[in-house]
Design a protein. Sequence first.
Length: 395
Amino acid sequence: MFADRTNWDLRPNALSVALAAYRASGKPLLDLTASNPTECGFVYDSEAILAALANPVAMRYDPDPRGLLSARESVSRYYAERGDHVPPDGIVLTTSTSEAYSFVFKLLCNAGDDVLAPQPSYPLFDFLADLQDARLARYPLIYDHGWQIDFHAVTQAITPRTRAVIVVNPNNPTGNFCKPQEMAQLNEICAARGMAIIADEVFLDYSLSDERPQSFAANSKALTFTMSGISKISGLPQMKAAWLVTSGPEALRAEALARLEVIADTYLSMSAPIQHALPFMLQTRHAFQPQLVGRVRRNLAELDRQLAAYKNLPSEKSSDRGVWRRLQCEGGWYAVLQLPANQSSDELAMRLLEERGVYLHPGHFYEFAGERFVVVSLITSRDGFSRGLSRLMLL
């Protein structure tokens, strides 16, 4: 009765079952996986945000497939403040980056075509590809004094049916930005093979250094689709406002935009109140981002402090547990820990939940190779993060 594309294994994994049971018990939980900024204690100007949604102009229905010009102009100004020229006519508004992905997959892929995605990364891509009857193939990120794209693996993974390469900038959860030389290689590979670049830049503003990372939004060498939105930029995931920027060689860009306009016109999914409020909601990032970046940096410093303290424990207390290591991250909201050689991330996550009331993600949630990685969120409340780490280190 149901379509093959939705034939997923919907059974919960053992850790999810254990988490549900733990929550049902009513016992306090220290959650080191927090991803919803609206539940992490950040301060919002709620009155002003809600007032922006009450614009009387929104009572008039004036649909534009690409989105209201005033809203697209605000996105263009966002990029201009970063130093990138992104004209409003190259922007298509969407309700989420997931919808932006679906538009691009519809545009590029026939049933069974390939899209390359990084590994490790977040697991949403499989579902997005399945729903468009596309096939997802992986290329690895390798760790050697920092994360980097394995370009040999990228070229080996390309088939005659490969339509695009996804790059997450910075990647989630590894936190590595795409470097200029990597951008140049991606452009060369894709332009030579008639493939597109799909750049997910929802975490672009969250760099841990003072250097501003480069965006794909103004990329001109290969056909490029860059997506972002206020879910991360302004910490407003509930407002459902995102966008898709099309750039590249002019002839390809124009053809892609003409087709995207038909796709967007078929859905017209973003509401008028959100579109009219988007310029204001983008401006709220100036108050929100310093709070979040400060939280991330403090939690990262606390993580490093506890790792150093753990390392310096007397040998008779630490030798049976081995050495933990935090992998380098350059941006985003997460940190990756490599476990001692004698530990499994699945077993550790289960024991930590059941014995210490702390929840974290084992690496396989993000398709890490091997069993020795766990991921923690750096936007967790400062006190909860510190207490959760203490319980983790002493498990």
